[in-house]
Write a protein that binds this ligand. Structure first.
Ligand code: NDP
Ligand code: 8X3
Length: 257
């Protein structure tokens, strides 16, 4: 297989980091974005001692909400002599805040989710997809959520952001038809990452409870699917994926024992 150049947003933890691991293990070139550059640097150290290759990974501190920051990061890797081509874009950066019912929700939390999960994804996609179109192809993987398919108590604005991601994936499917760029929307169910710790603002006990009594997905379970999607022959587009733990039937029905 050809070496792919892969841009992953939110690569400092969870699903994004697991995606970085699986692509690095298979010898692909990585551009990793997140705000916590220290985490990205630790990843590079671990990956380079595992694979013996150091030059294959570029890390950049990027807040996807900040359009200027996104553009600067791209200009900076172009200036370093990198080809103006990304083969795979994994739009993964995202978060949830709180579980308050709508009538008690906070504008601050909502703005953060909308700015990151929707606007951040749009900011990155608008900069990268034109390069794919010009280059005649590529794969865009959008990490949405089962929460975008089904509502649950307190999910309100988080679910809304993920439904928006799914609609953007569907729209890109149409707009990019004929360009060689394929788009996959991935909806994970419950994945044990730092997601719930972020949602509950560092309350580790409450976060751990979300994943008790059943076997949740691991970040690597999702990354394996992303890798599969991105490495199909060019004529094969996997447009939509729903992946849940076996014990999760729907967003709300989880067999806890
Ligand atoms: P984590 O909290 O472990 O990872 C989230 C990642 O997003 C981090 O690397 C974080 O990096 C990054 N991120 C958050 N805000 C920004 C920002 N403004 N700019 C750049 N990067 C940002 O959670 P997950 O791995 O679980 O989440 C990854 C994606 O998967 C999210 O979109 C989430 O909604 C989705 N998802 C998660 C599920 C789950 O059950 N865990 C289920 C379904 C979907 P940093 O803070 O360093 O910037
Ligand atoms: C995350 C899944 O159900 O915890 O997108 O909100 S859930």
């Amino acid at each position: 297989m050809d070496t792919l150049t892969v841009l992953i947003t939110g690569a400092s933890s969870g699903i994004g980091e697991a995606c970085a691991e699986v692509f690095a293990r298979n010898g692909h070139k990585l551009i990793l974005w997140a705000r916590r550059i220290d985490r990205l640097n630790s990843f590079v150290q671990r990956a380079s001692s595992a694979t013996g290759q150091r030059d294959n990974i570029l890390v950049q501190s990027v807040d996807v909400r900040d359009r200027a920051n996104v553009q600067q990061a791209i200009n900076s890797w172009l200036k370093q002599g990198n080809a103006e081509h990304i083969d795979v874009l994994i739009n993964n950066a995202g978060l949830s805040r709180g579980l308050a019912p709508f009538h008690e929700g906070s504008y601050e939390d909502w703005d953060e989710m909308i700015d990151t999960n929707i606007k951040g994804l749009i900011n990155v996609s608008r900069e990268i997809i034109p390069m794919m179109v010009t280059g005649g192809g590529g794969t865009v993987v959008n990490i949405a959520s089962i929460a975008g398919r089904q509502a649950y108590r307190g999910g309100n604005v988080y679910s809304t952001t993920k439904a928006a991601v799914k609609m953007l994936s569907d729209s890109l499917q149409i707009d990019l038809n004929g360009t060689g760029v394929r788009v996959c929307n991935v909806d994970p169910g419950l994945v044990e990452t730092e997601f719930s710790e972020v949602r509950f603002r560092g309350d580790k006990e409450r976060a751990a409870n979300v994943y008790k009594g059943y076997t949740p997905l691991s970040a690597m379970d999702v990354a394996d699917v992303v890798y599969f999607v991105a490495t199909r022959p060019r004529h094969v587009a996997i447009q939509d994926v729903l992946i849940t733990p076996t014990d999760q039937a729907s967003v709300n029905i989880v067999n806890k024992h």
